[in-house]
Design a protein around this ligand. Structure first.
Ligand code: F6R
Length: 587
């Protein structure tokens, strides 16, 4: 959430550098963007609503700039609410990622001192608060004292027109500093600065860094100087472009056979290590948010069924309410594409304090979870640019299937199922199959609600398919366990109500078909997805019959259906659904 970028150094293209950095960080938020540069003794600001796209900047040449891409939390998407925010004298510019939980109290305090606010944001209190402290203190201690008054998990970068320094501080959201030759970069993550330098300082929580002629790292609580530890990063950050695809969404969907085969063929050692950790742990918890939480949910079914092992499941943001009984023998498996999701990072930090071991399944090298974890399992799915998670989810499921089979001492069976699922995806990606999905998209495109059911592992499939349809096409969809139908949701079924039924050829088949009959009896329009057709289905999309891995083609079909629905409904950019961001670093 929100991308932060700053430059200070001996080049005079700070505005251009900042703009390019923001383009790389735009996946973190794309409601609006803005840049401030120092021009002589003045701060000059440019702000825009909407995506950066191919924007150019008209700001003057400068050797000091800070910029921000916003994902709105406090205040609507307007130019006034976009960052950077300034103090009354327009000398202090602040960019911010996070939520200042006590901003109302601070704002009232500042209003009483006649400060004038131009935005509805929580961020804007900070430049004014620094302005107050600057009355009696120098720049760095004013920033430190002001920042220490903020409650919540925050990362900020501050520029001050009379100063030749920029200052960054953080208590929660990610912040990295890149050391160039006579220059420094600061950004929300390494991908924003890796084009400039690979010498990186990861700013830790409760630290503040002063960047000018040299770098000074300071403890926010004590004010003491800390010896910075730079890392020479040799990670390869794959670049990704759309190639012949109109959107990253379908490009990434079409990469899934490769992603699954990679895990099937090259993850022997990783799956053995993870299986061993699960085997030895006393209490294993899988957690994630959104799509990744559905991978974790699928994990509970997969490990129970394949490896006869109980895994606890929790949504990341709920996990802290379950942490009381964690011990040093507990194993936490956070699952995350970005490795930055605060609702996973925060409970993992708490679990670490309790001595639990962390085995993270993540896609982004060097991310916060990557650095937190005792054991790191990288998914190797490559950069995922579309905000909607597709190939990362399939990679998570592939990793879990392989590990569960490894734990059950049947690794080669797991590998075979994955290879078969990759072949099935290849078929689904062919023109004639996509045409069949398009027919169903035509059936559904004007509907207000879609219901999706599955049982067992297919319950996880159902909720994941539901999320894809909701966020990509903006149609309300509701996914639930087939058995729950008669406990309430059936009240919503009427003539023509669309209902997708995931019916793999497993122990759930007969019961889910009974649920489909119940919908049929109320006039529902039923789309079956699975290996076996049935008279109750009005439409049917066939997958191969590949055991637990049937889930993989079922999800892929729902991804393509969601995309086709988006196109048919005229959604402007399926890669960037409204109100979302790729990396969710606020609570
Ligand atoms: C939906 C989607 C999100 C993410 C969630 C967690 O398509 O991608 O629901 O799954 O925000 O993100 P990560 O996996 O980065 O922790």
């Amino acid at each position: 959430m929100c991308g932060i970028f700053g430059y200070i150094g001996n080049q005079n293209n700070a505005a251009e550098s900042t703009l390019e950095g923001l383009k790389l960080l735009e996946y973190r938020g794309y409601d609006s963007w803005g840049i401030a540069v120092k021009d002589g003794k003045n701060i000059i600001v440019e702000k825009h609503v909407g995506k950066i796209g191919q924007a150019k900047t008209s700001l003057p040449k400068s050797s000091l700039g800070i910029g921000h891409t916003r994902w709105a939390t406090h205040g609507g998407v307007t130019v006034e609410n976009s960052h950077p925010h300034l103090d009354c004298r327009k000398e202090i510019a602040v960019i911010h990622n996070g939520i200042i939980e006590n901003f109302k109290d601070l704002k009232n305090e500042l209003l009483a001192k006649n400060h004038i606010f131009l935005s509805e944001t929580d961020t804007e209190i900070l430049p004014h608060l620094i302005e107050e402290y600057l009355k009696t203190e120098e720049f760095s201690s004013a920033v430190r004292d002001a920042f220490n008054r903020l409650k919540g998990l925050n990362a900020v970068v501050v520029a001050y027109s009379p100063s030749e320094e920029i200052i960054a501080a953080k208590t929660g959201s990610p912040l990295v500093v890149g050391l160039g030759v006579n220059e420094f970069y600061v950004a929300s993550d390494v991908s924003g600065i890796i084009n400039h330098t690979r010498r990186i300082l990861f700013v830790e929580d409760n630290q503040m860094v002063i960047l000018g002629k040299k770098l000074k790292l300071i403890s926010l609580s004590s004010g003491d100087e800390i010896q910075p530890v730079f890392n020479d990063i040799d990670w390869k950050f794959e670049q990704s472009d759309k190639g012949d695809f109109k959107h990253f969404f379908m490009k990434e969907v079409s990469e899934q056979p490769k992603v699954v085969k990679n895990i099937a063929l090259n993850y022997k050692a990783e799956s053995e290590k993870l299986a061993d950790l699960i085997d030895k742990a006393f209490g294993t918890f899988m957690l994630g948010c959104g799509t990744a939480s559905y991978a974790a949910l699928a994990g509970t079914y997969l490990f129970s069924r394949i490896a006869k092992k109980h895994i606890n499941f929790s949504i990341g943001s709920e996990f802290m309410y379950l942490e009381d009984y964690l011990t040093q023998k507990s194993l936490i498996i956070p699952i995350s594409q970005s490795g930055e999701t605060i609702d996973v990072v925060e409970p993992v930090a708490k679990a670490l304090k309790k001595g639990a071991k962390i085995a993270a399944i993540i896609n982004v090298l060097g991310s916060t979870l990557y650095r937190q974890a005792d054991y790191k399992f990288l998914l190797g799915a490559g950069p995922e640019k579309a905000v909607v998670g597709t190939k990362s989810f399939i990679a998570m499921i592939a990793m879990l299937i392989l590990t569960a089979y490894t734990l059950a001492k049947k690794q080669s069976k797991g590998k075979d199922l994955l290879i078969k699922s990759a072949e099935n995806i290849e078929n689904i990606l062919k023109v004639d199959f996509i045409e069949k999905i398009k027919i169903i998209a035509d059936d559904l495109k004007n509907k207000e609600h879609i219901y999706i059911i599955g049982r067992g592992l297919s319950y996880a499939t159902a909720v994941e398919a539901t999320l894809k349809i909701k966020e990509t096409s903006c149609i309300h969809a509701e996914g639930f366990a087939g058995g729950e139908l008669k406990h309430g949701v059936i009240a919503l079924i009427e003539k023509g109500t669309p209902c997708i039924v995931f019916a793999p050829n497993d122990e759930t088949y007969d019961d889910i078909i009974s649920n489909a009959e119940e919908i049929n009896a109320r006039g529902g329009f039923i789309i079956g997805i699975g290996p076996k057709n049935n008279d109750v289905f009005d439409r049917f999309l066939q997958t191969d019959d590949i055991g637990e891995a049937t889930m993989i083609p079922q999800v892929v079909i729902s991804q393509i259906l969601a995309y086709q629905l988006a196109l048919k409904r005229g959604i402007e950019d399926p890669d960037k659904p409204r109100n979302l961001a790729k990396s969710v670093t606020v609570k």
